[in-house]
Design a protein around this ligand. Structure first.
Ligand code: MN
Ligand code: MN
Length: 368
């Protein structure tokens, strides 16, 4: 996506004024931090349920992508709502989750999810998220707009509470008194009984959409296996509804390195599922920064910026990576060098051409 003038973060690419006006956040003498300790933040808490978010407020560099860590207790529902400014990509890490989403054609789909499963809701499509069963659930929500706030979503109880009861009566064809006991403000986390299994039919009966909102990622074989680790990946080619986002889980052994690379078409949002990592970011003009990431920490790589990920802990670790494009692209430095002649490389680096005889002749995505 090549948008050159709009200062809008939600069109799938980075939010900066590309080409013309430098983004003040990333154009200073030094790179700003690209790390936020999401799970150490407080967020919005209601009993044992919480939502913690990383937006441009918490992590100013993250203009293209926002993220939320959400835990719901049994019987708790993240109430019916939509997002005006972002699509939602959700990844379950713990427990069981049910979602129901409606599209503009009136289709609604209900899906049940376990750890390693994910969903995609196009921007503006109404949805509800429930804990299934008698254990809490935890999931990550990733949005293709860093200015998006989970706490500024459009909730159904908020709206209904503000509309005159006579208007509601006319709207739904029921007596105005029907709404006497409805909430007087936004509910956000609604509490009730544990959802039935299998899911009860909607009022209109089942009327499912042509494209599913659910994808099971980690129950499948890895997309690729490397020296030092594995990669699971899903973009729009496997999961057609996910037109604006791609997800990856990297599993890396101690010492493994996701080699130096950049993404021409997308910004990257990272969340450490487990383990310890060092992430480096190259920002041009002599600017370079390293951050140590632990479980529950988030990092953000602006579109086109060079970066690498190394497992610096003693255990195999996993990192969740989400891109704000439904089409995955990477250029790895190993591949770039393999695509040059020895003469170009010798002149560029001012060393003897024979130095490059020992370099890889093909892409090295991960190594250790
Ligand atoms: Mn949502
Ligand atoms: Mn990357």
């Amino acid at each position: 996506m090549f948008i050159t003038t709009y200062p809008v973060s939600s069109e799938g690419g980075s939010s900066s004024f590309q080409n013309n006006v430098p983004d003040p956040v990333t154009s200073g003498a030094e790179l700003p931090t690209f790390k936020f300790e999401l799970e150490k933040s407080e967020g919005r808490v209601d009993g044992g349920s919480f939502g913690k978010e990383a937006t441009v407020v918490q992590l100013p560099i993250s203009k293209g992508i926002a993220g939320v860590s959400m835990r719901l207790e049994p019987g708790v529902m993240r109430e019916m709502h939509w997002h005006a400014t972002a699509a939602e990509w959700g990844f379950v890490t713990e427990g069981l989750v049910r979602t129901t989403v409606i599209d503009p054609a009136g289709h609604s789909e209900t899906n049940d999810f376990g750890p390693g499963d994910l969903w995609y809701f196009p921007r503006g499509h109404g949805h509800v998220i429930e804990t299934l069963g008698d254990k809490p659930c935890h999931f990550l929500l990733v949005f293709d707009n860093g200015y998006f706030s989970e706490f500024g979503t459009f909730s159904i109880s908020d709206w209904i509470s503000l509309v005159d009861k006579n208007t509601l009566a006319k709207n739904f064809g029921v007596p105005a008194s029907t709404f006497d006991n409805f909430p007087k403000k936004e509910v956000y986390f609604a509490k009730g009984k544990t959802p039935a299994v299998p899911a009860p039919a909607p009022l209109q009966g089942w009327k499912t959409p042509p494209l599913t909102h659910k994808y099971s990622l980690l129950s499948q074989d890895p997309f690729e296996v490397f020296e030092g680790g594995k990669e699971w990946r899903v973009d729009g080619s496997q999961f057609p509804i996910s037109t604006t986002m791609t997800g990856v889980v990297l599993e890396m052994e101690p010492g493994a390195l996701r080699t130096l690379h950049w993404h021409p078409n997308a910004a990257e949002w990272q969340y450490v599922l487990g383990g310890q990592f060092e992430v480096t970011l190259f920002g041009s003009k002599g600017r370079f920064r390293k951050e140590a990431l632990n479980q529950g920490d988030v990092a953000y790589m602006p579109q086109g910026f060079g970066h690498s990920i190394e497992n610096t802990g003693g255990e195999t670790g996993r990192i969740l990576i989400v891109f704000n494009s439904g089409h995955y692209q990477t250029i790895d430095l190993t591949q770039w060098i393999a695509g040059q002649s020895r003469d170009i490389l010798a002149t560029n680096f001012g060393v003897d051409a024979s130095v490059f005889d020992k370099f890889p002749k093909k892409d090295v995505f991960m190594t250790k």
